[in-house]
Design a protein around this ligand. Structure first.
Ligand code: PMP
Length: 401
C-alpha cells in the first residue's frame, strides 16, 4: 500500500514548503478509509443507537456494537462488555478516577502516579483525592527518563488504593514496563490503570498479557476520528464501580424514588455517543491491522533511530528522554533557545512540531526547563522528512545562539 497517498492532508504546502507533519503525539492524520466511514455514516445510516425500532437505528446499533468487538479483539480483552466508549483518554481516566475514587478512596488513602504522567492522569486523581482526603504519591524517574522501580516498590503500602501510570510518555517517549508494574502492584493487592494514549498506535497492546485493571486510549491518536476513546476495565472491577454520569441508556428502571442501573458496558455510557466517530475507530483499527502492528513498530523504530542520530549533528542540541525502550517521540532543546522560538521558525519552513510542556509540567520541573521542542513520528513519516528537519535546524541554529 502506498501509505502517503492515503493521507491527502499531507500533500499540501505550508508557507510555500511541503508540509512535514511531526506532531503525531498530539494527533495523527486520518486515512481516506476513515474519512470515507464518516461520510458513509452521515450519508446513509445516521441514527441514534439502541433505542430505535427502525432500520437505520438497528444498522447504526449493529455497527456500533461491532466496533466494541473489534476493540475487544484489538486489545485482547476477555469480554466485549469490558470496552466502554468515551470521548477520549481524558474522559476515560476521569471516569475511572471519579467512580473508583467514589467507591474505594477514603481519608488517608494514597494513589500512586508516575512523575512523567500527562496532566490528564494527574488532575483527575488529584480531584478524586481532594474529595476524599486521600493523597498522591509519585514514582520518580532518572535523567534518562526511566522510572525508578525500586522507589515504586517502596511507595506501595497499606494505604495504596490504585496505581495509575502511562504506558508511553508523551514527552520522553519512554516505554514503561507496565507488565512489571502491574505484577508489583498486584502482589500488594493494588489495581493498576494504564494510560495507553501514546502506546496504542505504536505497538501491539494486549491488556490480558499486561494484566492491568484499566487501559485508556483515544481514537484520534491512532488514525481514527476525534471525539471517541476507550476505557477498558476488567469485568470484576467494573461491576463494583458506581456510574460516572447519569442519563439515558445507563439505567434499567427510573422512578423519582429509585433508579437501577443498566448492565455493563451501558452503565458507563450515559447519553448519545459519537456513533460516527466510533465507526471511524473501527476503520482506523482495520487500517492499522492491514499494515501490521509489527510493521508499524519497526518502521517507526528505524525512523526514530535515524532521527536521533541525525539530530546529534545539530550544534548545541540536547535530547530529553534517552531510555533504551522508546517510541517515536523526540524531545529536544538547542542551546539556551526557547522551544517556542524553534517551533515558530520551523513552522515557517513547513515543519509542524509541538513546543512547550506537552501537558507534563512536572517533567519540565524535573529537568528545570520551560519546555521542549517535540517531534513525533507516525507510519507515514519518512527519512527525507527527518533530513528536512535536520537541515532546517542547522539553518536556524545560528539565529538562536
Ligand atoms: N495521556 C497521554 C500520555 C497523552 O499523550 C494524551 C494526549 N496528549 C492524553 C493522555 C490525553 O488524551 P486526549 O486529549 O485525547 O484525551
Amino acid at each position: 500500500m502506498d501509505i502517503r497517498s492515503q493521507f491527502p492532508i499531507l500533500e499540501q504546502q505550508v508557507y510555500g514548503h511541503p508540509l512535514v507533519y511531526f506532531d503525531n503525539a498530539a494527533t495523527t492524520q486520518k486515512p481516506l478509509s476513515v474519512i470515507e466511514t464518516l461520510r458513509r455514516y452521515y450519508t446513509t445510516i445516521n441514527s441514534n443507537i439502541h433505542r430505535g425500532a427502525h432500520f437505520l437505528a438497528a444498522k447504526a446499533t449493529d455497527e456500533y456494537e461491532q466496533t466494541r468487538r473489534t476493540v475487544q479483539h484489538f486489545i485482547g480483552a476477555r469480554h466485549s462488555h469490558e470496552i466502554v466508549f468515551t470521548r477520549g483518554t481524558t474522559e476515560s481516566i476521569n471516569l475511572v478516577a471519579s467512580s473508583f475514587g467514589e467507591r474505594y478512596l477514603g481519608e488517608g488513602d494514597e494513589v500512586v502516579v508516575s512523575g512523567m504522567e500527562h496532566h490528564s492522569n494527574i488532575v483527575p486523581w488529584q480531584l478524586a483525592c481532594g474529595r476524599k482526603g486521600a493523597r498522591l504519591r509519585v514514582i520518580p524517574f532518572g535523567d534518562d527518563g526511566v522510572l525508578d522501580l525500586e522507589a515504586f516498590r517502596s511507595l506501595l503500602n497499606e494505604h495504596t488504593r490504585i496505581v495509575a501510570v502511562t504506558h508511553v510518555s508523551n514527552t520522553l517517549g519512554t516505554v514503561n514496563p507496565v507488565r512489571e508494574i502491574v505484577d508489583i502492584a498486584h502482589s500488594r493487592g493494588v489495581p493498576v490503570l494504564v494510560d495507553g494514549a501514546q502506546a496504542i498506535s505504536h505497538m501491539a497492546v494486549d491488556v490480558q498479557a499486561i494484566g492491568c485493571d484499566f487501559y485508556c486510549f483515544s481514537g484520534h491518536k491512532m488514525y481514527g476520528p476525534m471525539g471517541v476513546g476507550v476505557m477498558y476495565g476488567r469485568e470484576e472491577i467494573l461491576e463494583e464501580l458506581p456510574p460516572y454520569q447519569g442519563g439515558g441508556e445507563m439505567i434499567k428502571d427510573v422512578s423519582f424514588e429509585v433508579t437501577t442501573y443498566n448492565e455493563l458496558p451501558f452503565k458507563f455510557e450515559a447519553g448519545t455517543p459519537s456513533v460516527g466517530d466510533v465507526l471511524g475507530l473501527d476503520t482506523a483499527i482495520g487500517f492499522m491491522q492491514d499494515l501490521g502492528l509489527d510493521n508499524i513498530a519497526s518502521h517507526e523504530r528505524e525512523l526514530t533511530e535515524y532521527a536521533t542520530r541525525r539530530l546529534m549533528e545539530v550544534d548545541g542540541l540536547r535530547v530529553y528522554g534517552t531510555a533504551p525502550m522508546k517510541t517515536s517521540v523526540l524531545s529536544f532543546l538547542i542551546g539556551s533557545s526557547h522551544p517556542y522560538d524553534v517551533g515558530t521558525l520551523l513552522d515557517k519552513l513547513g515543519i509542524a512540531v509541538r513546543t512547550g510542556h506537552h501537558c507534563t509540567q512536572p517533567v519540565m520541573t524535573r529537568y528545570g526547563i520551560p519546555g521542549t521542542v517535540r517531534a513525533s513520528f507516525a507510519i507515514y513519516n519518512t527519512k527525507d522528512e527527518v533530513d528536512c528537519l535536520v537541515n532546517a535546524l542547522q539553518r536556524i541554529a545560528p539565529m538562536l545562539a
